[in-house]
Structures are given as structure tokens and as C-alpha cells.
Design a protein around this ligand. Structure first.
Ligand SMILES: Cc1ncc(COP(=O)(O)O)c(C=O)c1O
Length: 377
């Protein structure tokens, strides 16, 4: 799975590129960060500008544990947390410390294409396990485990990117049992776990770290701001200890120590909980306008599953259109999508597209989807 991938961060004027999966600027909380920063400076000490402790500053880990205990509705011990600079960095860090080139990693088919690019950087052999509306197919996984022994298994359990689906509670349990039976680590990318717009998803895999096989990755990118580059790894104390011996940490201390103290102050002031509720209301409205506009324009040509959280719709074109060929036409019509094949381990999924409702306001989402209809005529 080696593809040229691009990071679509820039929006061209007038184009509504629904391929981009980033928060819209009105959801990036400048004021909140300013309040948290001011509160931090009221009691800051010069040591806060020194290297940070290996697994992250204890004050940050404690506040994060309190925040997660509430969000996950399960006690979280600060000793099981390790600061990261977001899930992308954490993925690379986990791969480089817990696997070696040539090892196998199982992923969902489809999977997050930029995670696959990190696995390629680490020279891992990627094997895709098909998914359905309840997440990774556990029967297919068991079949694959008879043939191949993976070192790692990467999953996005809640509100998948790109699939939108959530791994059921039964499958989470079975997955953890299989990891123990077969001796592989589950790397759970739980970046969307808190972005549920209707019912609460099954418990985060971060609540199942007692197995000794689960490494849960969390991030402030989707619940606060990606530019902060801050996240966490949640795992057993043994794995946390092992990660602390990494050369990069011994040399530089934890990543992003200073920012972590500002985010600590945001959590302590209770700003995070309110903010998450606010963005969820906004994302729910965006999701619903995308669903309604898709129903209006695409119900005769495509099928999809309406997500219950996260950022994405994963849409299958009925006539087996090779969607990548339509990207240029979409650009001409000032709209955009991600083509399905980008998310496949074996050049499949060509008749899918991924749309995100995160980056635009409701009226742009409506216009963007309406323009897309002309692309698929
Ligand atoms: C599944 C998934 N993992 C990781 C990331 C990137 O996370 P971070 O900003 O924490 O590196 C994204 C962002 O789109 C994502 O969708």
C-alpha cells in the first residue's frame, strides 16, 4: 500500500472541498485557549519551560486522568497515561518502539490513509481485514490469524475514518481476547471516541488496558484544536514504562510539554467539557444537513450508512464508477471528495467516496453536495 498522499490543508477560494476532514474555523476556540493560557501564567514557574518529564508532566497527567475518567465513565489512573503530540506522532512512536521492519500490522479495510502512510514509513507489512457496519469483521480476522501472525493491529473503533461505523461492544471484547490468545498489540486510534452526536458509543478500548495488549491513542485535535499538537497514549503501566525508554524521549523529554500545561489549565477550569458539548451540537447539525442533501441528490445513484458521530460519510456509487477519475471534474466544478481507493490496502474500494462535513458551514455543505451531483452525472 504505497501511494502518494497529500495533506489537504489549504482551501481554495470558492471551492467547497468535502474531501478535507478538519474542523471549520468557527469551531477552533481561540478565546478558550487565551483564557487557559492566562490562567496558566498566573502560577507558571520557570521550570515549566524546561524539558518535560518522560511520560508527561505529572500535573498534566493527573488532570487528563480526571478528564478521561469523566468522559469514559471509568476510572483512569494517571500512571497509565503518556503524553504525545497527537495520534499521528503516537502511531509512529508506537510502531518504531513496538515493531520492527518487516512485521505485519492488521488494519481495517478501508483504513485511514495517513495511518497507512506511517505504517509504510516503518516498513510494516499491511494486511486489510474487511469491515461491516459493526466495524472490523471478527470472523475474517480469525481466518487471517490462522495464516498470519501480526505484531500490531490498528483499529479506529468509534466513528471510523473513512467508514463512519463503530465497533460493537461484543467485537471489542472478542478483539481483546484474540490479542491475548495470539500475542499482538491492539493500537486503538480513539480520536473520534468523544464525538458522538446521538447515543454514547461502546466503552473506549482505553478502558480495556488491563489486558496488557491494548494501546489506546487519544488526541486533542478533534476535541480542541489540531494546531496544539497534543494527545496521549493510554496503556498498561508496563507498556508506558517501556515507551519511556525510547531514545527520542530520553533525549528530548516528553513532546510538547509547554502546551500540555495550557491544556491542563483548560481541563481544570472545566472549559473542555463545555466546549465538547458545543462542537457536538454544531457537528450534529452539519451531519444532518449533509445526510438530507445526500438523500435529495444521491439516493438514486449511491448507498451509504449515516454515521452517528465523527466527521465522515463513506459512500458507495451504485454503478461501480472509478471515483478517482472524477477528481479533476470535481475541481472544475469547485467541489471535492476523497476517492475510495486511497483508503484501500489492495487497490480496491474504487467505487467509494469519502465526504467530510467537519470543515464547512451548513450552507456550504448543502452547496458542495449539490455541486457533487453534477460530477457524478
Ligand atoms: C483516524 C485518525 N487518526 C489520526 C488523525 C490525526 O490525529 P492527530 O491530529 O492527533 O495527529 C486523524 C485526523 O484526521 C484521524 O482521522
Amino acid at each position: 500500500m504505497s501511494k502518494l498522499v497529500t495533506f489537504d490543508s489549504v482551501k481554495n477560494d470558492g471551492t467547497i472541498n468535502l474531501g478535507i476532514g478538519q474542523p471549520s474555523s468557527d469551531l477552533l476556540p481561540l478565546k478558550l485557549i487565551q483564557t487557559a493560557t492566562n490562567a496558566f501564567f498566573e502560577s507558571a514557574i520557570s521550570q515549566d519551560l524546561n524539558y518535560g518529564a518522560t511520560a508527561g508532566d505529572d500535573r498534566f497527567r493527573e488532570s487528563l486522568a480526571t478528564f478521561l475518567t469523566k468522559q469514559y465513565d471509568t476510572p483512569v489512573d494517571p500512571k497509565t497515561l503518556f503524553l504525545s503530540s497527537g495520534n499521528s506522532q503516537a502511531l509512529d512512536f508506537v510502531c518504531s518502539n513496538l515493531s520492527k521492519p518487516g512485521d505485519t500490522i492488521f488494519v481495517e479495510e478501508p483504513t485511514y490513509f495517513l495511518a497507512a502512510s506511517i505504517f509504510n514509513d516503518n516498513h510494516l507489512n499491511i494486511v486489510g481485514i474487511p469491515t461491516d457496519e459493526n466495524g472490523m469483521g471478527i470472523d475474517r480476522l480469525e481466518e487471517e490469524l490462522k495464516k498470519t501472525k501480526p505484531t500490531l493491529l490498528y483499529t479506529i473503533p468509534s466513528f471510523h475514518n473513512p467508514g463512519g461505523q463503530t465497533l460493537s461492544a461484543e467485537r471489542r471484547k472478542r478483539l481483546v481476547e484474540l490479542s491475548k490468545e495470539h500475542g499482538f498489540y491492539i493500537v486503538a486510534d480513539e480520536v473520534y471516541q468523544m464525538l458522538n452526536y446521538y447515543e454514547t458509543p461502546p466503552k473506549a478500548l482505553g478502558t480495556m488496558i488491563d489486558s496488557g495488549t491494548v494501546i489506546s491513542l487519544g488526541s486533542f485535535s478533534k476535541i480542541l484544536a489540531p494546531g496544539l499538537r497534543l494527545g496521549w497514549i493510554q496503556s498498561s503501566e508496563e507498556i508506558i514504562e517501556k515507551l519511556g525508554h525510547a531514545g527520542v524521549i530520553n533525549s528530548g523529554g516528553c513532546p510538547n510539554h509547554f502546551t500540555s500545561l495550557i491544556v491542563k489549565s483548560a481541563m481544570d477550569l472545566g472549559l473542555m467539557d463545555n466546549h465538547i458539548e458545543e462542537i457536538k451540537d454544531s457537528y450534529r447539525a452539519k451531519l444532518e444537513i449533509m445526510e438530507a442533501t445526500l438523500q435529495e441528490h444521491f439516493s438514486d445513484t449511491a448507498t451509504w450508512y449515516c454515521p452517528r458521530g465523527g466527521y465522515f460519510f463513506w459512500i458507495k456509487m451504485n454503478d461501480e464508477t472509478d471515483t478517482v477519475k472524477l477528481k479533476e471534474k470535481a475541481k472544475e466544478l469547485q467541489t471535492g471528495f476523497q476517492a475510495g481507493e486511497l483508503f484501500s490496502c489492495n487497490n480496491g474500494l474504487k467505487d467509494y467516496i469519502r465526504l467530510s462535513f467537519a470543515s464547512y458551514n451548513e450552507s456550504d455543505i448543502k452547496d458542495g453536495v449539490t455541486r457533487l451531483r453534477s460530477v457524478f452525472n
